[in-house]
Design a protein around this ligand. Sequence first.
Ligand code: C2E
Ligand code: MG
Ligand code: MG
Ligand code: MG
Length: 274
Amino acid sequence: QAKTAGGNTLRFFNMDMQTSVLERASLEEDLHQALAHNELALHYQVQVDHQGVTTGVEALLRWYHPQRGWVPPGTFIPIAEENGLIIPIGYWVLRLACEQLAKWSRQPTYSALTISVNVSSVQFQQPDFVREVEELLAQTQAPANRLVLEVTESLLMSEPTRVRNTMLKLRAQGVRFALDDFGTGYSSLSYLKRLPLDELKIDQSFVRELLTDKTDAAIVDTTILLAVSLGLTVVAEGVEKKEQLDWLKGHGCYRYQGYLFGRPTPIEYLFEVY
Ligand code: C2E
Ligand code: MG
Ligand code: MG
Ligand code: MG
């Protein structure tokens, strides 16, 4: 673990399930400074279509802690959601993504790319959320129809009518919506029909053993059929192997994200050819 590594070695901090209360408290304290101290970064992971063409990227937040090294989002985002810091942090992520979209929109090579941004339920349910997104789009001149907001099933459960109204307002501006980690939550299928979704992302936990686990294969197959019949784009997450890609393609899934195509990367290296 991180604390045993000495000197200037690159350390990777991972708390797993066994986070002590003290460690969590100290991380929480440090997180308050993270934005102001420039410790947060936004990396991007490509999404490709069945011809291998990059269609867009997902923005993924990174925290480089001065003592602990990289802290994974799975560790610090739940803390930020609990103490409300996810609101300024999420706003910062959205602003960066919109600025990037605006830059790309002025370059013919990149102008068709989308950027997907994860939006926490806490952030989404802020009364100001619609206004903030609208302002960001206006200020940055980012094309709204290239911005995809990724929400999770837990959001849809909380206050379906309010959530739907928020989505409809943003959709009216052109913003698109993806349902992230599909199959890991408890959402009712009827929500899928009622909400203005454009995209459904199959969680990587189902893709991982797609080739060996019959249940996972059945879940993925059914999800693809469901998405297609609802007119949604279906994106497979966590594609690492050519064989997984072939299976997915053979079963009607034509959008992919995963290490096979690229890891989350700082923007300056994203399209670099090695
Ligand atoms: P997610 O939105 O489902 O993002 C996909 C996660 O899968 C990312 O983990 C990505 O690095 C990882 N991944 C991509 N391809 C592969 C692969 O081929 N194999 C494996 N094993 N993993 C792959 P990451 O970056 O650690 O993020 C974890 C979660 O943290 C995200 O899951 C998302 O829920 C949350 N998150 C990340 N950035 C943000 C953010 O800006 N705001 C909010 N609210 N949540 C964020
Ligand atoms: Mg996501
Ligand atoms: Mg996901
Ligand atoms: Mg997620």
